[in-house]
Design a protein. Sequence first.
Length: 379
Amino acid sequence: MLQHKAYKFRIYPNGEQRVLIAKTIGCARFVYNHFLHLWNETYLKTGKGLSYHSCSAMLPKMKKDAATFWLKEVDSIALQSSLKNLSNSFTRFFTKQNSKPQFKSKNNPVQSYTTQFTNNNIVVSDKHIKLPKLGLVKFAKSRDIKGRIINATIRRNASGKYFVSILCEEEMNALPTADSSVGIDLGITDFAILSNGQKIDNNKFTTEMEKKLRREQRKLSRRALKAKEQGINLLNAKNYQKQKRKVARLHEKVANQRNDFLNKLSTEIIKNHDMICIEDLHTKGMLRNRKLAKAISDVSWSSFVSKLQYKADWYGRTIVKVSRWFPSTQICSNCDYNDGKKALDIRWWTCSSCNITHDRDINASKNMLIEGLRLQALI
Ligand SMILES: [Zn+2]
C-alpha cells in the first residue's frame, strides 16, 4: 500500500539563502493573507467564496503590479502552495472540520513555506539538499529517504534553527500478525497503561524540563513587565530578548524529547499488537483546558494517538476508538458490574459484586480492550 512519510532534517543555509528563505516565508504569508482578505470580502458581498483557481489566476498580474512585483523574486510554487493551503482551510471550514481560516502573523514562533516536487527541483544527496531557488543547501543527513518525493517544507524556528521536512510516498508492507490486541488507558502520573499490565512512565526527563520551561517562562513575563514599567519597547529590551531566545531553545528541546518518546512508544505498541483500543479524545474540549500540566499531557495524548493511527495505516494494524463517555473506570473488567464513580485519588478498588481488587488504571485499560473488541465485532 502507498503511504505518506515525512523526513525531517536540520539544514544550514548560508547568509544569502537565509535571506531568500525569509523573503519566501514573507511572500507566502502575504499571498495567504491577501487572498484570505479578498475571500472574506467576496463572501460578504456575494455570499460565495473564491476558489484556488480563480486566486491562482491573479498571481501573474500581481507579479507585474508595481505594488507587489517583489513576489516574483521567490519560488512561485511556494506561493501557489500557500494559496492551496488557504483554499483547503476554507474547504475544511465549510465541511465543519476546523474553525475559520485566520490571518498568519510574522510573530508566529514557527515560520515556514512549502514547495512541491516537480522536474527534479528537490534532490537529496549526501551533504546537500537541492531546493527550488535556494540551490544546494548544507544539511545533516541523519537517515536515508525512501520513495517518491512529494513536497518539501522549509521551516525556521523561534530559536533561529532551520529545518526541512520532506514528504515522500512510499510502498509500505503490512507487518506479520502479532496475535495480540491491547487496550490503552491514558493517564497523567503514568503516561499510558496497557491492558497487559504494563505501565508507561511519563518521560521523567521531559517532565523536569517542562518544569524548567515554566520557570523560565515566568521569568520572561517578569522581564516583559519590567521593560514596560521602564517604558522600553520589547524589541529593544535586551534582557527580555535574551530570555525570549532561551525560552524558545528550551521549548524546542522539550518538544524534541517528547516527540522522540512518543515515536518510540507508538512504534513499539504497533509492532507488538494487531489491534489497539484507545479512548477517542475530544480535541475541542481539550483546547479549552487552561491548566498547563493537563494541557501538556493533552497535547502529548493527541500526538500519541495520531502517531498510532498513521503507523497503524502503514503497517496494516487496526485502531479502535472507544467513546470517551464509556465508563472504563467504573466497570469491573472481571464481571462487568458497574461499581459506580471512583474519585481520582482512588487508585485501587474492590468490586462489590465479585470481590476482585483492581488497580484503577489497569482495570480501565482492560475495559478499553473489551469494549474495543465488542465494537470491532459489530463491524
Ligand atoms: Zn466484579
